[in-house]
Design a protein. Structure first.
Length: 83
């Protein structure tokens, strides 16, 4: 069941990204997309922006590649992903 759900999630990502990227590219970039938390201020992205990250942001309607993402904005992004 876990493998089936993983495959479905991957296919959704692939379709939303217009089938421009391989499974390996998508998974590698998602693993790299990490943040450093700055108390009381927000989150600083620690990943390098590229075409794939831009396409992910476009496909899912939010951006995390700013200098600093406020705590409030990060909460909105997390809430939107739980729908």
């Amino acid at each position: 069941m876990t493998c089936f759900i993983s495959l479905i999630i991957y296919r959704i990502l692939e379709k939303k990204l217009g089938e421009k990227y391989t499974c390996h590219e998508i998974l590698t970039k998602l693993r790299e997309m990490d943040f450093y938390q700055v108390k009381e201020e927000g989150y600083i992205p620690t990943y390098t922006r590229n075409d794939l990250t831009d396409d992910l942001h476009e496909a899912f309607g939010f951006r995390t590649n700013y200098q600093i993402v406020s705590t409030q904005q990060m909460k909105k992004i997390l809430k939107a992903t739980k729908k």
